[in-house]
Design a protein around this ligand. Structure first.
Ligand SMILES: Cc1cc2nc3c(=O)[nH]c(=O)nc-3n(C[C@H](O)[C@H](O)[C@H](O)COP(=O)(O)OP(=O)(O)OC[C@H]3O[C@@H](n4cnc5c(N)ncnc54)[C@H](O)[C@@H]3O)c2cc1C
Length: 403
């Protein structure tokens, strides 16, 4: 039998989403070699439409890592968001409430393209369309990743494995049972999302609480709107022709002063389930989980991509410390430090979701309680500061997280 092709690396990274690619890039800047493997094609990963809101800390990190040039040119910097309820819009001034922070609207797949570009510029290895991925030996001192690549059996012997393979990947399920604890919450609704060739009707994002359900106005570019409306988790898209979507969106964003969305051709449509999930700890021996492989948040707080970035920033730092000093002190704190931020983001995402959506069986009392909470957030500065600080992103050095 032919011997497997061997590609030696210090760190083997499974998954070329934002977590895996940014980790590879940060490690490269620290002089640590890695190999990335990805189950899909490069085209598929570059075209996958997902997140779009980058926290200030994410933007600062991408800039510091030298991959922010296009984001600075094409990203849309927003200094506020709007909460719409009782048919009135109320602006949350993120900039003044946080002492100068903002968010940047720049699509996740554009971040991914920039990271691919950077990796290619120094010839960092990425293997696409790999199959039958298995990870082994991470509970000892000889971890390895095995897979098939265009018919060849391959293996990556490495010092450490980073499981950046998303929620449905192989790394988390490879950890023997009894080691991880799972915390999960599934929401009884989903989001029907569209991309439309239509100038966004607002310069800033609008989160709408309507008695028939939540809606969100976001954007990708000055000419492309990204719109969502709350729907059933198993909503059948064939029941939603474009005119019905626009009619429902217009109703949910309606205000007393006559706000109207700009309509245009819809070129992408999908339903996203809403769930919260955390696996603890985020480490097993020499395997480290990062991003969606370890946790999922409902998209209401726009935290998923940003949490993935925070995880790999910590992991890159801890691995660099390990190669510089020979000690695993920082690596051993990886899970504990990341989980603090993960649970803060889980709380914020749950809070935003609870305040803005219509829940099954939600009666007049519940709706009025939500309106009271929204009134507080938009009229009491202390409450608005809590929203703004969390939305623009907590600083990287949370207590206990100082690097
Ligand atoms: C509709 C939607 C809207 C969202 N909006 C926001 C937002 O506004 N802000 C925000 O911060 N987050 C948002 N998110 C969440 C965000 O997209 C994710 O949190 C983010 O993609 C996590 O990145 P990741 O690299 O951890 O995982 P992924 O992006 O899932 O990447 C994992 C990679 O691993 C690959 N892979 C899987 N299995 C294997 C295997 N066996 N071998 C090799 N490779 C494998 C996958 O193909 C994939 O490329 C949104 C998500 C959705 C679905």
């Amino acid at each position: 039998m032919a011997l497997p092709k061997t590609i030696r690396a210090q760190v083997g990274i499974v998954g070329a989403g934002p977590a895996g690619l940014l980790l590879a890039h940060l490690l490269h800047l620290e002089g640590v070699e890695s190999v990335v493997i990805e189950a899909q094609s490069r085209k598929h990963v570059e075209e996958r439409v997902r997140a779009g809101v980058l926290e200030q800390g994410t933007v600062d990190l991408l800039n510091a890592a030298g991959v922010g040039e296009r984001m600075r040119r094409e990203g849309l910097v927003h200094y506020g968001i709007e909460l719409c309820f009782d048919r009135r819009g109320h602006r949350i001034d993120l900039h003044s409430l946080t002492g100068g922070r903002a968010i940047t609207v720049y699509a996740q797949h554009e971040v991914v393209k920039d990271l691919f570009q950077a990796r290619m510029s120094y010839g960092g290895p990425i293997l696409f369309e790999v199959e039958s991925v298995r990870i082994e030996g991470f509970d000892g001192d000889a971890p390895r990743i095995r897979f098939r690549s265009y018919g060849d059996e391959c293996e990556i012997p490495c010092d450490y494995i980073a499981g950046c393979d998303g929620f449905h990947g192989v790394c988390r399920p490879s950890i023997p049972s009894g080691i991880l604890r799972f915390y999960e919450k599934t929401y009884p609704f989903g989001w029907l999302g569209i991309l439309a060739e239509a100038k966004p009707a607002s310069d800033e994002l609008i989160y709408a609480n309507h008695e028939d359900g939540f809606a969100l106005l976001s954007m990708r570019t000055p000419r492309i709107s990204r719109l969502y409306l709350q729907c059933r988790p198993d909503e059948d898209l064939s029941e939603w022709p474009d005119p019905r979507i626009w009619e429902e969106l217009q109703r949910r964003f309606e205000t007393v002063d006559g706000f109207r969305l700009n309509e245009g051709p819809v070129f992408q449509k999908g339903v996203t389930a809403m769930r919260s999930f955390v696996a603890e700890p985020m480490q097993c021996g020499r395997l480290f989980l990062a991003g969606d492989a370890a946790h999922i948040v409902p998209p209401t707080g726009a935290k998923g991509l940003n949490l993935a970035v925070a995880d790999v920033r910590m992991l890159a730092h801890a691995l660099a410390c390990r190669y510089r000093t020979g000690t695993e002190q920082m690596l051993n704190r990886y899970s504990e430090i990341c989980l603090r931020r993960v649970w803060r983001a889980q709380h914020f995402s749950w809070w935003m979701t609870s305040m803005l959506h219509r829940f099954e069986g939600c009666d007049g009392f519940d709706h009025r309680r939500q309106l009271a909470e929204l009134n507080q957030v938009t009229s009491l500065r202390a409450a608005a500061v809590v929203l703004a600080e969390n939305y623009t992103g907590l600083p990287f050095d949370l207590p206990g997280e100082r690097l």
